[in-house]
Ligand binder design. Structure first.
Ligand code: ZN
Ligand code: ZN
Length: 54
C-alpha cells in the first residue's frame, strides 16, 4: 500500500498525487497527496532526514 509521506493517507490511484525521489539522497521515494501539496505539508525523508518541500 502506498501512503502519503506527510499524512500517511492511503493514496492508491488518487489523482493529483506526486511521487519523486528524495531531493537530497535519492534513496527514498517521497509520496505526496493532493491535500498535502495544497497545504504545503512537510515531509521527512526516512533515510537522510531531509525536510521538504523547501
Ligand atoms: Zn498527505
Ligand atoms: Zn533523503
Amino acid at each position: 500500500m502506498e501512503q502519503c509521506s506527510s499524512c500517511k493517507a492511503n493514496i492508491a490511484n488518487k489523482p493529483g498525487t506526486v511521487t519523486f525521489a528524495c531531493p537530497q539522497c535519492g534513496k527514498t521515494t517521497i509520496i505526496r497527496c493532493p491535500n498535502c501539496r495544497k497545504t504545503a505539508a512537510k515531509y521527512i525523508c526516512s533515510e537522510c532526514g531531509f525536510e521538504g518541500p523547501n
